[in-house]
Design a protein around this ligand. Structure first.
Ligand SMILES: Cc1cc2nc3c(=O)[nH]c(=O)nc-3n(C[C@H](O)[C@H](O)[C@H](O)COP(=O)(O)OP(=O)(O)OC[C@H]3O[C@@H](n4cnc5c(N)ncnc54)[C@H](O)[C@@H]3O)c2cc1C
Length: 343
């Protein structure tokens, strides 16, 4: 690394670490600032969609986990099933995903500093983090859903609608399906992801603030498969899920991953979007076309923003929500098309 790196990346989650890897591959100097020790865990459904798996493979990463072959929607006796048509997804513990990314970043010679970045000063040629001696040509805000940098730079935008939250827990039981199952309840959706020979993850998405066990009881069929004594992790939560940024480019600061904006975990594509954003960001820095990053980010995330936004609107309307799974059941071709458009 030279004295002044090209990129100072605030946040060492999937978005920040992927940015560091793409940067190293593009011959750019990068430094990551991440206050939490590796491997970092977080509330997540842990289903990597096929696009994310392809991007990770393209970066030379092998993440341990359980193959995911498709998505299944379940509501009472109704079942709708869509196979992935462009390669498999992967159910992977966040700690395994983070561990693989973190090791690859260190192997690529990118330093990871145990630092929290909340305040930056920018001028015509670079960005400085006061009190740290750190200066870089560009600062990448990859600091997650609640992005302190997005807020401190005045880029945070208000969002409408009822706030939704996510809760997750793991159970030491053999997966009963190679699909991600989405159980549609009255007040929540429960995601079941196969993660290993004896491990499944359950993520609950809901607008109701209630404990995990109370919410899980709303899914009797699922609860019956998940005895309380099989729970092997404590409950982790995140939210409100919907977050909006006014822009992805603010002078010499570039936003990526959840910091750049997030709609909902309904379609499980957050890691894919983090990787796609990281790739577009680095390509533009390398070409010297940073102002184009906003357009490229919009293009890379457009389909997901539209489809996830539409599904979220339907699931929040009492007249439409009960019709989602019946519609998917009656129109299997359309369901498969939508699942694969997202995947
Ligand atoms: C309940 C739930 C279920 C989900 N399910 C899925 C799923 O099945 N599949 C999927 O692909 N996605 C899923 N997602 C989305 C996915 O978790 C995120 O999109 C993804 O983690 C985004 O990565 P990121 O690097 O932008 O943010 P994060 O993973 O949040 O990483 C941000 C990092 O920044 C660090 N940080 C924070 N503040 C600072 C600071 N000031 N300075 C430096 N570092 C800082 C944090 O410590 C953290 O390590 C889910 C999300 C939720 C909440």
């Amino acid at each position: 690394m030279t004295g002044r790196p090209d990129l100072l990346i605030a946040g060492g989650g999937p978005a920040g670490l992927a940015t560091a890897l793409y940067a190293a591959r593009a011959g750019l100097d990068a430094v990551v600032a991440e206050p939490r020790p590796a491997p970092v865990d977080k509330a997540c459904g842990e289903g990597l969609m096929p696009g994310a798996v392809r991007a990770l493979t393209g970066l030379g990463l092998r993440v341990p986990g359980h193959v995911i072959t498709g998505i299944r929607y379940i509501q009472g006796p109704r079942r709708a099933h869509a196979e992935f048509t462009h390669g498999p997804g992967l159910g992977a513990r966040r700690t395994d995903l983070h561990g693989a990314l973190h090791r690859a970043v260190l192997d690529a010679g990118v330093p990871v500093l145990p630092l929290r970045v909340t305040d930056v000063r920018q001028d015509a040629t670079g960005v400085t983090v006061p009190g740290t001696g750190l200066r870089a040509r560009w600062l990448v805000a990859a600091d997650g859903l609640h992005s302190p940098l997005r807020r401190s730079l005045g880029l945070h935008a208000a969002t409408g609608g009822t706030p939704r939250y996510g809760l997750r827990r793991h159970y030491a039981v053999p997966p009963w399906s190679s699909c991600v199952e989405v159980h549609w309840g009255t007040h929540a959706e429960a995601y079941v992801t196969p993660l290993g020979p004896e491990l499944v993850g359950v993520a609950l998405l809901t607008a109701v603030k209630a404990p995990f066990t109370t919410q899980l009881a709303g899914f009797p069929e699922l609860s019956a498969r998940l005895p309380p004594q099989a729970a092997v992790t404590s409950v982790r939560g995140a939210g409100p899920l919907r977050q909006k940024a006014r822009a992805r480019v603010h002078g010499r600061v570039l936003l990526v991953g959840d910091a750049a904006g997030y709609i909902d975990a309904l379609t499980g594509e957050g890691v894919f979007l983090a990787l796609a954003g990281a790739r577009a960001l680095v390509a533009n820095v390398r070409r010297g076309t940073v102002s184009r990053y906003e357009t490229d980010w919009r293009r890379a995330t457009r389909r997901h923003r539209l489809l996830t936004g539409a599904l979220l609107r339907a699931c929040q309307r009492p007249a439409l929500a009960p019709r989602i799974v019946p519609a998917a059941t009656h129109l299997p071709g359309l369901f498969t098309t939508v699942v694969n458009a997202l995947a």
